[in-house]
Design a protein around this ligand. Structure first.
Ligand SMILES: [Zn+2]
Length: 415
């Protein structure tokens, strides 16, 4: 019988994946509540009309309901990101549109997915074997300097906000442009920025310090009354990228009781890859600009996906780092901050496909459990890394919120 080559390759890779996963790893992984705190899939929902129920084997996306089920992904924080370039002048509208796109997916697939807003919701979704869909806003520019908009986002279910994306906004400096003299910086968080952090504490929205400048990080840690998260950041001691966290920062998160959710992006976890990506960065950026100019000249709208397409072509030119590089980062954070302060923040669907070998989608998450087991991590510690730590921090943020709301009620009744 002649087997088509593509089927044979698929059979082979499935067989290999099954071989490398021991029954112990499979049992640990499949019984854990696995939480990932960063996926950019809403860009696909909104601009590509992508349906999360998609089962096309050729789809290169990292997230679908099938892939989530195969990798026992229990909860995903979908990233709500208003591109500061293409949505300039209407960040709030772009944010609302993207929030709506997540709700639409949950409404289409009520049997396999549910909106979730709390630790209790995540636990309920796990019992019902549904993917818990949560939302985090990536970039404080989304609130348009208006605390009322922040309230609205919370009411719609947003449960974390990254204080800045790669762009410095009016109240928080970003690591993405901190060396750009043309950008007006504030020396960390402004007074309004500090007010935003406290308001997030009061509402019960997690404060996310991924992407921010180092000074912003330390300001946020100093002012926040609740533990913070880094929704998708890795370790700078291993891969020297300003998006990554120094050992001092890792220790500060540990002291604060927070959690660092390790980013899987190749350029953040592998020094060789980072250097290679940096070497071709100017050419890649020129390629993106040329594509944008071409679309504009043709009178066509430009979205994130148009840029992503060019970036994917450039990323594909570089060899993928080994899975070991990602595990090294998890291990480093666990050693420096402690095993209670590390988790998973993949950046799925947000890195133009640039992930380490073996990680092609959420279906490959069990490989991380296997690799941690191979390194001598205990079942208890693996469960913490897979999601337990994030659930602890989220629960603590909920508790601080209840306390602050009660304080506010007490002080208003005293008046
Ligand atoms: Zn990001």
């Amino acid at each position: 019988m002649k087997i088509p080559r593509s089927c044979f390759v698929l059979f082979l890779s499935t067989a290999l994946a099954a071989q490398t996963l021991t029954p112990q790893a499979r049992a640990i992984h499949n019984s854990a509540i696995v939480v990932d705190t960063h996926a950019d899939t809403p860009q696909r929902f909104l601009y590509e009309n992508f349906d999360i129920g998609n089962s096309d084997p050729k789809d290169v996306g990292h997230i679908s309901l099938d892939k989530a089920r195969a990798g026992n992904l229990g909860a995903e924080f979908f990233s709500i990101w208003a591109d500061p370039e293409t949505t300039r002048g209407h960040f709030a509208q772009a944010t609302f549109d993207m929030i709506d796109s997540v709700y639409e997916q949950a409404a289409r697939h009520p049997d396999r997915m549910m909106m979730a807003f709390s630790v209790a919701d995540i636990e309920r979704a796990h019992k019902e074997r549904k993917l818990a869909a949560l939302m985090g806003i990536e970039g404080g520019h989304a609130i348009e300097n208006d605390i009322h908009l922040l309230h609205d986002y919370y009411r719609l279910g947003v449960r974390y906000m990254t204080l800045s994306w790669s762009n410095t906004n009016e109240w928080a400096d970003s690591s993405g442009d901190i060396d750009d003299p043309q950008v007006q910086h504030h020396g960390g968080l402004t007074d309004f920025g500090k007010q935003v952090v406290l308001e997030m504490n009061r509402m019960g929205m997690m404060v996310d310090i991924s992407h921010v400048a180092d000074k912003t990080f330390f300001d946020a840690i100093a002012i926040s009354r609740a533990p913070v998260i880094a929704s998708h950041s890795s370790a700078r001691a291993l891969t020297n990228h300003p998006r990554n966290m120094t050992d001092d920062m890792l220790r500060a998160v540990a002291k604060n009781g927070g959690v660092v959710q390790t980013n899987f992006y190749s350029a953040f976890i592998d020094e060789n890859y980072r250097k290679a990506a940096e070497a071709q960065q100017k050419q890649a950026e020129a390629g993106v600009e040329a594509r944008v100019a071409e679309l504009k000249a043709a009178g066509k709208p430009v979205t994130y996906l148009d840029k992503d397409q060019v970036e994917r072509e450039w990323a594909a030119k570089l060899p993928r780092p080994p899975l070991k590089s990602l595990i090294d980062h998890i291990d480093h954070i666990a050693k420096v901050a402690g095993v209670d302060h590390v988790g998973l923040g993949s950046d799925f669907d947000g890195v133009s496909g640039a992930m380490p070998e073996g990680i092609d989608s959420a279906a490959d998450l069990p490989k991380i459990t296997q690799a941690l087991l191979n390194r001598g991590y205990s079942e208890k510690d693996i469960r913490k890394i897979l999601g337990g730590n994030l659930l602890r921090v989220f629960g603590e943020v909920e508790r601080v919120s209840r306390e602050m709301r009660a304080e506010a009620t007490r002080s208003s009744t005293r008046q």
